[in-house]
Design a protein around this ligand. Structure first.
Ligand SMILES: *Cc1c(COP(=O)(O)O)cnc(C)c1O
Length: 384
């Protein structure tokens, strides 16, 4: 197998789910684990199986294909589909018993038709998405009761739940907190209007990672845990935030990204590295070559600034990252670095990494979510 690989630490995944469960205040609150984008890069099927073992009630995906992958691997729990699909995909959603989010008339009626084509005895459950301020999908709060009633009056659909999503719960300034509270209050009143119309709303949920950890009163019937499952915090709701509050929340990164030194080459002062000659040796040194590049998810703009751990020490990636390779300045005749040694870009401490994806994200202007989901298919996932 290729030496460039993502190692998935199953024990850390279990640890994180344990932490998440300890943050769930009421025993009746269900746990949904988001395994979209191939389990945030960690492997959807492995994450799904581990999550169910650890007491998750359901899983969340973004696309129909992601849902089908789980079903084809024998996973039979409820699967929520958080993004919208096309009309052509609806039959497949019904056939694989994936629970869609719906909100507008045309989409609801199309799903009703798709569900009807299977002529099942029981009604097909859907969750009603309400846009309380995310500005993405969902009906307006004032239209929630009408949409709920359209679902319950339809021939083949039933209302399995009502949900919303917060846009700013990972921020800790007053403006963000007030906005989150407004979204929650708006959601609760929308649910109340549905109840007042005599409609049972089903499972009510609004909490992704940030809300789950920071707003126990907003956990409702179910929480949707994403990034924290994989060992990273949601924005400012981080390790330091909990320490400052006098509590702890210790998550462990699940994935490490590693490669191996496939060559070490002596460089004279003045010799340049890679495209565009952006880095030139200012002294005699040795350059290690790693067979990993931007086609693996090691994004081009990570360099300059990216470091990698080799045998417990940190070294700089120099010059432009290429599609399939990158170069590291290891210094002249470094006794600690040898050909075939492992080089770890990020990961948990026991992986040999000296940083995690959040450290890289902070320095390169992105978020850990994007780094993790950006590790491409070409990188084999090895379960540890
Ligand atoms: C991705 C997603 C989640 C999980 O978000 P995290 O911030 O990773 O916890 C929850 N709900 C919805 C609707 C999502 O799209």
């Amino acid at each position: 197998m290729r030496c460039t690989r993502a190692v998935i630490y199953g024990d850390n995944l279990k640890h994180n789910i344990g932490v998440i469960r300890s943050f769930i205040k009421r025993p009746q609150t269900k746990l949904c684990i988001a395994v979209k984008a191939d389990g945030y890069g960690c492997g959807a099927v492995f994450t799904a199986r581990t999550a169910l073992e650890c007491g998750a009630f359901c899983l969340a995906v973004a696309t129909v294909d992601e849902g089908i992958e789980l079903r084809e691997n024998g996973i039979s729990c409820p699967i929520l589909m958080l993004s919208l699909c096309t009309k052509d995909e609806m039959e497949s959603v019904v056939k694989h018993n994936i629970t869609p989010l719906v909100f507008d008339r045309e989409y609801i009626l199309s799903f009703d038709k798709a569900a009807g084509r299977f002529n099942e005895k029981s009604k097909f459950p859907v969750h009603l998405a309400v846009d309380t301020g995310m500005g993405r999908i969902g009906c307006l709060p004032e239209d929630a009761v009408e949409a709920a009633s359209l679902i319950t009056r339809s021939t083949h659909l039933s209302l399995g739940g009502v949900c919303t999503h917060c846009s700013s719960a990972d921020g800790i300034n007053d403006e963000d907190r007030i906005y989150t509270k407004m979204q929650f209050d708006t959601f609760v009143s929308a649910v109340n209007t549905i109840k007042a119309a005599g409609i049972e709303p089903g499972i009510c949920h609004c909490a992704a990672s940030a809300v789950l950890l920071d707003h126990p009163e907003m956990q409702l019937d179910m929480v949707r845990s994403g990034i924290i499952t994989y060992g990273y915090y949601a924005g400012q709701i981080n390790r330091e935030y909990f320490v400052a509050k006098g509590t702890t929340c210790e998550l462990e990164p699940v994935m490490s990204l590693e490669s191996e030194i496939v060559a070490i080459r002596p460089f004279r002062a003045g010799k340049s590295v890679s495209y565009g000659r952006t880095w030139v040796a200012d002294r005699d040194t040795d350059i290690a070559v790693l067979p990993i590049g931007y086609a693996d998810g090691l994004l081009r703009h990570f360099s300059p600034g990216l470091t990698v751990a080799i045998n417990g020490k940190s070294y700089s990636v120099v010059g432009r990252i290429c599609m399939d390779q990158c170069m590291v300045d290891i210094g002249k005749n470094n006794p600690d670095v040898h050909r075939w040694d492992k080089a770890v870009f990020f990961g948990p401490k026991n992986s040999g990494a000296l940083q995690d994806a959040e450290d890289i994200a902070r320095r390169t202007g992105t978020i850990a979510y994007e780094i993790m989901t950006g590790i491409t298919k070409r990188v084999p996932r090895v379960i540890w």
